[in-house]
Design a protein around this ligand. Structure first.
Ligand code: HMH
Length: 221
């Protein structure tokens, strides 16, 4: 008998916060083609800064896995995540130059600073591996679910944005998110009630930060 994972129960319990983060108006406007390009460019510039802060966060999760994980396979999944961020940063640089954005001049907005602050707080050795990898999974799955929707059946995403959507909307990225989800479910199954609560709060917390992040670039939609 296969047990239903904790994540599945969270998704059933909190459908609206999850939908808020993965079906945000900015995403809907990409999907229906009404996106204002200034909003897209603003998102791209801010996300580049976010991803730079995301690298040390993922590295910190790798350290926690090495110290705390009960399964050696976790490390390979997380290491794959670290490795793909090098390519991602190069991609941001290329994409920014395509759109005429000078990344060295980008100033982080308030919601971005706040989100990067959350990442930094999660790097503390006091934060348990289970809580940190839960946050890691939510951060990735929001982008996967959002951008996959932009290239799904019936989407009218402008051609010049399709490569961006493919980056996070691809089958390969979905599989990677599934690997993270399996780790999180395994950890949560063994977690104490207190740790479970902490992880669930972190799940909801990250969803709110994601909405605030999208809101920065809402522009004139
Ligand atoms: C804000 N959330 C944000 N940026 C990203 N690049 C991801 C998630 C996915 O890595």
């Amino acid at each position: 008998e296969k047990k239903v994972g904790v994540i599945e129960t969270w998704l059933r319990k909190h459908p609206l916060p999850f939908k808020g983060a993965t079906r945000h108006p900015l995403i809907l406007s990409i999907r229906d083609g009404s996106i204002d390009i200034a909003s897209f460019k603003s998102w791209l510039a801010q996300d580049y800064l976010f991803v730079r802060a995301f690298v040390p966060f993922v590295a910190s999760v790798l350290i926690k896995a090495w110290k705390e994980s009960d399964e050696s396979g976790d490390m390979e999944v997380i290491l794959g995540g670290v490795a793909s961020l090098e390519d991602e940063i190069s991609w941001f640089k290329r994409e920014a130059s395509k759109w005429g954005i000078s990344l060295s001049e980008v100033v982080p907005q308030q919601a971005n600073k706040k989100y990067c602050g959350l990442l930094e707080s999660l790097m503390s050795p006091d934060v348990e591996y289970t809580v940190a990898i839960t946050a890691f999974w939510v951060i990735e799955v929001v982008y996967q679910e959002s951008f996959a929707y932009c290239i799904g059946e019936g989407s009218k995403t402008p051609q010049e944005l399709k490569e961006t959507c493919e980056r996070w909307g691809s089958e390969a990225f979905a599989k990677y998110c599934q690997s993270l989800q399996n780790i999180v479910n395994r950890r949560l199954q063994k977690a104490s009630d207190e740790e479970l609560k902490k992880a669930e709060r972190m799940f909801l917390n990250v969803l709110e930060y994601e909405v605030d992040f999208w809101n920065m670039s809402r522009g004139n939609v």
